[in-house]
Design a protein around this ligand. Structure first.
Ligand SMILES: [Zn+2]
Length: 384
């Protein structure tokens, strides 16, 4: 069997597990564990707090240092998308393998698993570590308990390759994501008496206009031409408020998100929104309703990723791909968390951004071949 049919067979098995982030990934993890057992490779599982999910860490070779190959097992939902074929049954058409997660990022995991015999058959001078996480698509939460155990329950790699879809380009930076929720509390009244009320939806609208002004300010503040767009951005994603047209609404809640350049001033956007709320809106609201309030809560973050100058992870990926330059991506990954934890990290994996998260998601077999070449060179490097 050629290596590429081996990869495709593994990818078909991984895609067949519906590991949408809202579901358990335990069957997929059990499959990987059994597969690794078959090559005499032991796995450490790190369960989630509710035991519904787990991440996996496995090492091949001697102890000390080594290269981590990291991927997430979860994928985004297929609900609301129109697929040409069953998203959980891998389909081959015109050099492309279609299926949910084929690009993001079971293609990389299939390549890593397919290269296990390559690693176990060699006399490795340095180990290779396989890292499989969960809940990446819902805020990179699943990898955090595993990262907390690096150097204790599991070894700490000297460099980590996060195999997110980069078309095998070497990525050394991406923006960070911060999510916020703002709740406006005004005062309810019959709609015939608006002067005795504070309309929470109207106040929210003013805050959202301020968010748009903050966006314009961000666009002229910190510029980094390596990113597209070359500045930090923000946007409101959802809004909820009111019960009927004849009732002045007393609450309105909206959710918004900031995507920041790696070296952006932290909290610029929430600080500016709070200043606007406190100095402009609240004094006016409290003249009518003393208990009126505007509260903004930080709801989670995915840290930006920026490899350190001279990063050994970046140097490794450049050597293995033969590329002579690095680039950036616009999406978030677990890379910033690994880098923050002191593990030099690089993002490099098969598949194209255009194919991730969409209906008829696919990975080109040529991309899987390029990833296998990368892993083959890694095996040579670690054994020479
Ligand atoms: Zn991903």
């Amino acid at each position: 069997m050629s290596s590429s049919s081996e990869v495709q067979e593994l990818l078909a098995k991984l895609v067949a597990f519906d590991t949408t982030s809202t579901k358990s990934n335990l069957e997929l993890i059990a499959f990987i564990k059994t597969y690794l057992d078959g090559y005499g490779v032991a796995s450490t599982l790190i369960p989630s707090a509710d035991d519904a999910k787990a991440s996996l860490f496995a090492s091949i070779g001697p102890s000390g240092g080594g290269i981590g190959l990291s991927g997430h097992s979860d994928c985004v939902p297929v609900e609301g998308q129109t697929w040409s074929s069953d998203p959980f049954q891998l389909q081959f058409r015109d050099g492309k393998l279609y299926g949910r997660g084929s690009c993001d990022m079971k293609g990389f995991l299939a390549c890593v698993l397919a290269s296990v015999p390559l690693f176990t058959s060699r006399e490795l001078k340095e180990p290779v570590h396989i890292i499989v996480s969960y809940d990446e698509e819902v805020g990179c939460t699943g990898v955090r308990p595993l990262i907390a155990r690096l150097g204790s329950a599991v070894p700490r790699p000297r460099a980590i390759v996060v195999g997110e879809f980069t078309s095998m380009a070497v990525i050394d930076a991406h923006k960070g994501i911060d999510a916020y929720c703002t709740v406006v509390t005004g005062r309810e009244a019959h709609s015939s008496l608006p002067q005795r009320s504070v309309n929470a939806i109207s106040i929210a609208a003013e805050l959202i206009k301020e968010i748009d002004r903050i966006g314009a300010a961000l666009a002229s503040r910190e510029i980094d031409d390596r990113f597209n767009p070359p500045f930090s951005t923000l946007q409101v994603g959802t809004i909820k408020g009111g019960t009927a047209t004849n009732v002045v609404p007393n609450t309105c809640e909206f959710h918004w998100q900031v995507r920041s350049l790696p070296d952006a001033e932290p909290d610029f956007a929430p600080n500016r929104l709070n200043t606007y709320a406190e100095q402009t809106l609240l004094p006016r609201m409290r003249q009518v309703a003393p208990t009126a309030s505007i509260e903004t809560q930080h709801r989670g973050s995915v840290p930006a990723f920026l490899a350190k100058p001279g990063s050994e992870a970046v140097a490794l990926a450049l050597a293995l791909t033969g590329a002579n330059a690095t680039s950036t991506v616009s999406y978030g990954t677990e890379g910033g968390l690994f880098e923050e934890a002191g593990c030099p990290t690089v993002i490099c994996g098969p598949g194209d951004t255009e194919q991730a998260h969409v209906a008829d998601e696919f990975v080109a077999t040529a991309q899987l071949d390029a990833c296998m070449a990368f892993l083959t060179k890694l095996a040579e490097k670690l054994s020479s």
